[in-house]
Design a protein around this ligand. Sequence first.
Ligand code: HEM
Ligand SMILES: *[C@@H]1O[C@H](CO)[C@@H](O)[C@H](O)[C@H]1NC(C)=O
Ligand SMILES: *[C@@H]1O[C@H](CO)[C@@H](O)[C@H](O)[C@H]1NC(C)=O
Ligand SMILES: *[C@@H]1O[C@H](CO)[C@@H](O)[C@H](O)[C@H]1NC(C)=O
Ligand SMILES: CC(=O)N[C@H]1CO[C@H](CO)[C@@H](O)[C@@H]1O
Length: 534
Amino acid sequence: MMHFLEGWPLSPIATCIAIVVAAYGLLYQYSKQKLDVKEPPVIASGIPFVGHVLSMALHGGKYIKNIGIRNRHLPIFTLPVPASRIYVVTDPSLAAAVQRASKVLSFTPIIPEVTERVLGLDKATMNITRKNLDPGPGDERGFLADIQDMVYTWFGPGSYLNEISLDAARELRSEVLASAAQEARCSPDNPIDLLAWVRHIVTVSTAKYFYGPQNPIALNPKLEECFWDFDHGLGRLLIGTFPSVTAGKAYKGRELLVKALEEYLENGHHELGSKIVQKRVEIALQHGWTLRATARSELSFLFAGIVNATTSSFWILLQIFAEPQLLSTVREEIIQTLRTDKGEKGQDPEKYRLNITDLKDRCPMLIAIYRECLRLGSDNYSTRMVKEDTILAERYFLKKGAVVQIAGGVIHADQSIWGDNVEDFNPGRFLERKQQSGNTKQNQIHPAAFRAFGGGKTLCPGRHFAMNEILSFVSVAILMFDIEAADGGKIKVPRKNDGVLPVHILEPVSPVEVLISRRRDKYADICSNIEFDM
Ligand code: HEM
Ligand SMILES: *[C@@H]1O[C@H](CO)[C@@H](O)[C@H](O)[C@H]1NC(C)=O
Ligand SMILES: *[C@@H]1O[C@H](CO)[C@@H](O)[C@H](O)[C@H]1NC(C)=O
Ligand SMILES: *[C@@H]1O[C@H](CO)[C@@H](O)[C@H](O)[C@H]1NC(C)=O
Ligand SMILES: CC(=O)N[C@H]1CO[C@H](CO)[C@@H](O)[C@@H]1O
């Protein structure tokens, strides 16, 4: 029967192994193939095709980051994945080229998929969202195009930006004052988790300055916890097929928030909210969105407003208070900008004004710290879909249907861009460049190298606003408080947790426990009725 195997030198088991090894070898070689001679260098995984995907699921964003760092010499490389490719860009000038090619390398096709999963939008709404996604001049404009245009315009430099920034500064200041009772109670046995402290202040005030006094979190403070449950399960919501099972807490938190936002809209409470929220709601309704779906879209706006402002404020405060010399420099810078209303008749001479424009123009160390914290904290990727076969920068072939990722984490950790000790916190790297106007090429940072706010079409529309509100919040906190380590030693700055899907500025691996006490000086006292200017 087994005639044809007679003389075959291997046992059946050895034969099977040989076949498997040969098949593996072929598959591995195949996975290393370029689709085109001009395709960027392929980095195959030990497990052909699925290996990269498995590792990304297992290790989060740092997986690709580490490949990028190991292959520093490659400005772009290809990761083969089942039936497609991921192209990872790690060079700023190539990143700029990707951003310019926004017609063929587009972000918009991804938005519906992501928002559908993350926000749980229904099919009818998705149908509306997919229409006229990338309108050319003269085309009918879809929902996304309309809402993005409005948000970018209103958050651009101008009177509305000033108005909402001042509202935010006042609201954050009130919340800092309101938290004073908690600070008074803290003790070495009962320390404050600094991130939790910042979270509470930013969450409650953002909800208030965007959504007004009747916002869902003001009406039901339990929703604050729901919000952070939602945030922390976002990765699972994105991947999960049965989110109610695989991302239980995040799913539950989201649905409770959506329900509350829907009631908020039904009751017309948004009429007391910010103008930008009123306009967003108006645009959604014009495009035929239901109130329930509009509530989901507003959850995404609330999310954009809260999460990154929270985590960046946390790092800024932590780095400043961890270094006494830095603290006194920054405190001095802020005090220098204070102005009084003295002179006017009947005015309380102790009324001080804090001008946000001055914070940006006249506090170089504070600004350098702001930038450095964003550089270090931001590992996210800007993602684009390849809509047609393309040659990028006249050199690299990109296959239709593949995904391009600009690896912010790799670019932010590139010594040739940022100087020595890129892993360390060193705000000086942003100061030196400004001072040495001698303009050696080395000192020029490529404009596309700073990726915290994304770039090109997905540049964060809230970036000016974020800077205004974060600077005013940390300035008030610095004037009002001393922050010390709960154990009495020096404040230690933990590593960032880069083992997660980086949907926002990374959080620390371990909590930072501190004692917060009100300073006993004039500048702490003036904070209770400080006025903000722009
Ligand atoms: C330091 C704080 C912040 C950072 C680092 C940041 C960063 C980013 C980034 C990188 C994106 C693009 C995401 C993508 O690729 O889709 C983005 C989008 C966005 N950000 Fe920010 N952001 C910050 C604060 C804010 C604030 C305070 C707001 C206020 C509402 C805001 C509003 C938005 C909105 C609405 C989008 C979505 C734009 C769109 O999809 O059309 N951001 N942000
Ligand atoms: C989607 O929209 C098209 C027209 O734009 C309509 O014909 C179709 O019935 C819609 N489908 C759903 C599920 O709403
Ligand atoms: C927050 O910032 C990170 C890091 O720059 C970015 O990747 C992410 O898209 C931002 N998220 C939001 C919701 O703005
Ligand atoms: C705030 O400071 C800027 C820059 O110094 C100045 O142009 C502006 O007039 C100031 N605003 C007010 C209200 O004083
Ligand atoms: C690779 C990755 O995690 N990208 C994320 C960057 O941030 C945006 C917006 O929050 C997410 O949608 C992406 O998934």
